[in-house]
Design a protein around this ligand. Structure first.
Ligand SMILES: Nc1nc2c(ncn2[C@@H]2O[C@H](COP(=O)(O)OP(=O)(O)O)[C@@H](O)[C@H]2O)c(=O)[nH]1
Ligand SMILES: [Mg+2]
Length: 312
């Protein structure tokens, strides 16, 4: 059955891709069987991460970018991770694209993943969903995440090219720096540049990026202004993505970036498995039993954990 599903995913059948991602999302034991079968067919897609504050226009940009890539004959997969609006966020994106022209397009696959369990789990699942899309032959995979927490930043960072979307009203550039977005952006987008303040944001951003460049990189991080709702600046954005792709390839950086991501992924898998194995029903009930005493300062958390590790 999984063999059959894998075959269909490799043939890029939409229903099979959807089923595969559901297995991943539900942490079905079959998910890892599937991922193992698909693995040798992955590594071919180019991953683009789009992150930034809620409402910055990430979905609108993803939508326009998808259409543009399709117009140029590329196949596209989209994973929208939106913990801030578990029920509508991603669905809106799907609907919007469906309402336009990608709904019946066999070469586009869009999926939103909401937080059901932990965010950490979500980051792992999003990456696994990307592997499925990759194996299905999508040339470009866009991952949209809200840039507000560590997990979201992790997801964004697994991309080959990470785009940070800012808007004039999202506050000043300093706030962006605090949120850790400055470090992860390969390309910065000032969206809603039809609004006041985009000039000032552009200047502040370029100044900070220039300082960053002189410190650590041989490449100046580009800033592009867009009005995504009118499709303005998206051509330029795609051009910058492709240029970054070339830059990574030429400098041998794509390979090292991906290897680093693999190491991270392996580490996450190990941690996940250890944690799962460690927390037996018995240990969980011990915790339930003792938590009141620990919080009442009668037992220290250190002694309690020592006990968990010595018990057998
Ligand atoms: N004025 C203006 N509105 C925009 C622009 N891009 C997107 N929007 C609107 O901003 C809102 C949030 O966009 P969305 O793509 O859902 O943001 P996300 O939360 O970052 O995914 C929507 O109502 C969009 O139509 C833009 O360039 N200018
Ligand atoms: Mg969105």
């Amino acid at each position: 059955m999984i063999n059959d599903l894998a075959e269909k995913i490799l043939r890029s059948e939409k229903a099979a891709i959807a089923r595969g991602i559901s297995l991943v999302e539900n942490e079905s034991p079959q998910a890892s069987v599937l991922l193992k079968k698909l693995y040798k067919n992955t590594g071919r897609a180019y991953l683009v991460g789009i992150t930034g504050p809620p409402g910055a226009g990430k979905s609108t940009i993803t939508n326009s970018l998808t259409k543009l890539l399709r117009a140029k004959g590329h196949t596209v997969g989209v994973i929208a991770v939106d913990p801030t609006s578990p029920f509508t966020g991603g669905a809106l994106l799907g609907d919007r694209i469906r309402m336009q022209d990608s709904g019946t397009d066999e070469e586009v696959f869009i999926r939103s993943m909401a937080t059901r369990g932990s965010l950490g789990g979500l980051s792992r699942k999003a990456k696994e969903a990307c592997e499925i899309l990759d194996a299905s032959g999508k040339e470009f995979i866009i991952i949209e995440t809200v840039g507000v927490g560590q997990s979201e930043l992790d997801i964004a960072q697994t991309a080959d090219t990470t785009i940070v979307v800012l808007v004039p009203e999202s506050g000043d550039a300093v706030q962006t720096m605090k949120a850790g977005l400055m470090e992860i952006g390969d390309i910065f987008v000032i969206n809603k540049s039809d609004r006041e303040g985009s000039e000032a944001l552009g200047i502040a951003l370029r100044t900070m990026l220039h300082l960053k460049m002189t410190r650590e990189s041989d490449r100046e991080t580009p800033v592009v202004k867009t009005v995504a709702s009118r499709g303005k600046g998206i051509d330029e954005l795609l051009d910058l993505i492709l240029r970054h792709k070339d830059y990574l390839a030429q400098k041998g950086k794509l390979e090292s970036k991906r290897r680093e991501n693999l190491l991270k992924q392996i580490n996450e898998l190990v941690n996940h498995r250890l944690e799962h194995k460690f927390w037996t029903a018995e240990k969980k009930s011990q915790l339930d039993e003792k938590i009141a005493l620990i919080s009442g300062r009668e037992i220290t958390p250190y002694d309690f954990v020592d006990g968990l590790f010595t018990d057998k």
